[in-house]
Design a protein around this ligand. Structure first.
Ligand SMILES: CC(C)(COP(=O)(O)OP(=O)(O)OC[C@H]1O[C@@H](n2cnc3c(N)ncnc32)[C@H](O)[C@@H]1OP(=O)(O)O)[C@@H](O)C(=O)NCCC(=O)NCCS
Length: 324
């Protein structure tokens, strides 16, 4: 049997209209400054969802944009996979809400929860279904409304996050000379780090949603070492090197983490796609938002070699290498 590859055939994103600058946060009484936030994180602004913009609303708009780029209709999709830590409801899944909003009646849909690494986990998961014949076309979505998990009294966390959604369409195709598709993925987790980045509530514990808590320095320290390990493994598994990469599209949490990781791996700075300045940290949405930005401005082209990587609460982390 011919080898099946999961090929990216569409990519899209959606951001809420409401843009909140660092200065606006300071004006609202948060004891912070544009200078502090930019210097420590590279973030200048973030988008914040309005009351009617739930995660499924953002995810549906991003998914529709990805379908439009692919020239496909919702009926062509038989797997909807949504990476999110901010579902509309505890259940049913946000993926099924997106499935219904798009008018998809067949196939199957589910959510995947790996916090900021969610999109990398979702790409790896969808790839397993597509490459083994379990589905033909997948909408892989990262969608978040992290603003609703924030403690706006805690300046050490509330300035870092934003809302948004991005999506790609993956299609199972027989591998050919173009070598397109998901070439490899590498996932890791280590639950012993739970207390460094978590939400202090949930349906099975407090019965409330809870608020995000983080030991920023500890996360920073762990992030650079762990992501470089999985990226090196992805290079090894695919027989490629940093020089072969066309684009490096990391999770957008902090400019300093991204640049330190790129430098450690020998990835040239001009290959790094950065959107953290405009979007803040949108958790599972950050990579597909960055992919869509780099598609829109003409940087990512068919045939390009693109490395995605992320780390999130748990900790969870991973990388995937895609020939676009
Ligand atoms: C959060 C982060 C930006 C903080 O930067 P840092 O250099 O570690 O800063 P510290 O936490 O040591 O705080 C330094 C000082 O700034 C202050 N500070 C914290 N948040 C502030 C804010 N928003 N505005 C102004 N000052 C702030 C602190 O209170 C502290 O003051 P002190 O020295 O008087 O005690 C950084 O640790 C980080 O980016 N970590 C990774 C976070 C991340 O990426 N998480 C998501 C992973 S998916």
């Amino acid at each position: 049997m011919a080898l099946l590859r999961s090929v990216v055939v569409g990519c899209g994103a959606y951001l809420p209209e409401n843009v909140v600058t660092n200065a606006a946060l300071a004006e609202r009484g948060i004891e912070t400054s544009d200078e502090w936030i930019v210097q420590r994180t590279g973030i200048r602004q973030r988008h914040i969802a309005g009351p009617d913009e739930t995660t499924s609303v953002l995810g549906t708009r991003a998914a529709q944009a990805a379908l439009d780029e692919a020239g496909l209709s919702p009926a062509d999709i038989d797997l909807v996979l949504c990476a999110t830590s901010t579902p509309d409801h505890t259940f049913p899944s946000t993926a099924t809400q997106i499935q219904a909003a798009l008018g998809i009646e067949g196939g199957f849909a589910f959510d995947l929860q790996a916090v900021c690494a969610g999109f990398v986990y979702a790409v790896a998961t969808a790839d397993r279904f597509l490459s083994t014949g379990g589905a033909k076309r997948a909408l892989v979505i990262g969608a978040e409304t992290f603003s609703r998990l924030l403690d706006w009294e805690d300046r050490t966390t509330c300035v870092l996050f934003g809302d948004g959604a991005g999506a790609i369409v993956l299609e199972a195709r027989e591998n050919d000379a173009s070598d397109r598709g998901v070439l490899t993925s590498c996932l890791r987790s280590d639950g012993r780090h739970r207390a460094k980045l978590y939400v202090d509530g949930g349906p099975g514990s407090t019965g409330t949603t809870g608020k995000l808590r983080m030991e920023g320095r500890e996360v920073f320290r762990f992030a650079v070492g762990s992501v470089t390990d999985v990226i090196e493994e992805a290079f090894r598994a695919s027989g490629t090197t940093a020089d072969d990469l066309t684009w490096f599209v990391p999770h957008q949490a902090n400019r300093r983490i991204i640049e330190a990781s790129a430098d450690k791996l020998g990835i040239a700075r001009e290959k790094v796609v950065l959107t953290v300045d405009r979007h803040g940290n949108t958790s599972a949405a950050s990579i597909p938002l960055a992919l869509a930005a780099a598609r829109r401005d003409g940087r990512i082209q068919q045939g390009d070699l693109v490395m995605i990587e992320a780390i999130g609460g748990g900790f969870t982390w991973g990388a995937a290498l895609i020939r676009w």
